[in-house]
Design a protein around this ligand. Structure first.
Ligand code: ADP
Length: 253
């Protein structure tokens, strides 16, 4: 059987085919990605884990059209990103991709509501009122919509950032350490919301995390090491994730 390495699998919201990313030149050269082939399936919550420097951010940035690979191809919704011009990439990021960052990245002078609808406003679109209401209720921010970020807790700010990522109904949401700045209770609320948005709204979420408790909320954990995918778990729990992490870490001493 031959596999067409250039084509994404049906049902993949985003895919990478033999993705290589090299930073620097000659003796300073770093192979951040060393031939990653992966499908991130629609309506699934996937975690990407791996030691610091293993290429997690680089992979996410290449898949989210924020960085370009040295070779190989990244696809979003079956579209190869390599063939797109800057304007088309901007439109794709705006229409098909949602982002949640560790540092929330809300605009401090805008209310929660204005922050949530900002990506749509920038795209010249209006929110679908029924969907907006559903998302706001799901993140539990109905009574905080008129508040500025400084008047909200970290957990509330991150839930507003999650709502902002979902309100445009993107094909895929990339979350980079979304609970990295939160206490465990607020982190659990954010992860619970991300889980529900997959189960109840059919969203697709890819989350980079170091935290086995956070990764246990997902359907699938993909492990990277040295710019390669090296392991994968289905229906993970905290213990199976910790076991896989231990297998990845070379014995010390
Ligand atoms: P992770 O997210 O798993 O910590 P990264 O994707 O950030 O890993 O980095 C992978 C490797 O690429 C690391 O060795 C890192 O130092 C290197 N790297 C990342 N970004 C750059 C850059 N802009 N310039 C040079 N090297 C980089």
């Amino acid at each position: 059987m031959t596999t067409d390495l250039a084509a994404p699998t049906t049902g993949a919201a985003a895919s990478a085919r033999d993705l290589v990313k090299i930073y620097g030149k000659d003796e300073t050269e770093v192979r951040a990605l060393d031939g990653v082939t992966i499908d991130l399936y629609a309506r699934e919550f996937t975690a990407i884990m791996g030691p610091s420097g293993s290429g997690k951010s680089t992979l996410m940035h290449c898949l989210a059209a924020l960085d370009t690979p040295t070779s190989g191809e990244a696809f979003v919704g079956g579209t190869p990103l390599g063939g797109l011009k800057d304007k088309q990439l901007t439109a794709l990021r705006r229409e098909q991709i949602g982002f949640v960052f560790q540092a929330f990245n809300l605009v401090p002078t805008l209310t929660a509501e204005e922050n949530i609808t900002l990506p749509l406003a920038l795209a010249g679109r209006k929110p679908d009122p029924a969907w907006f209401d559903q998302v706001v209720d799901a993140v539990g921010l109905r009574d905080r919509l008129k508040h500025k970020p400084s008047e909200m807790s970290g957990g509330q700010q991150q839930r507003a950032a999650c709502a902002r990522a979902l309100v445009s109904q993107p094909s895929i949401v990339f979350a980079d350490e979304p609970t990295g700045n939160l206490d465990s209770t607020s982190g659990a609320e954010v992860l619970g919301f991300l889980r529900r948005s997959v189960d109840e709204f059919g969203q697709t979420i890819v989350m980079v995390t170091h935290d086995p408790v956070a990764a246990a909320y997902t359907d699938r954990v993909v492990f990277l090491a040295d710019g390669k995918t090296v392991d994968e778990l289905r229906d993970p729990d905290r213990d199976s994730i910790l076991d896989a992490m231990a297998r990845l870490t070379p014995a010390v001493g």
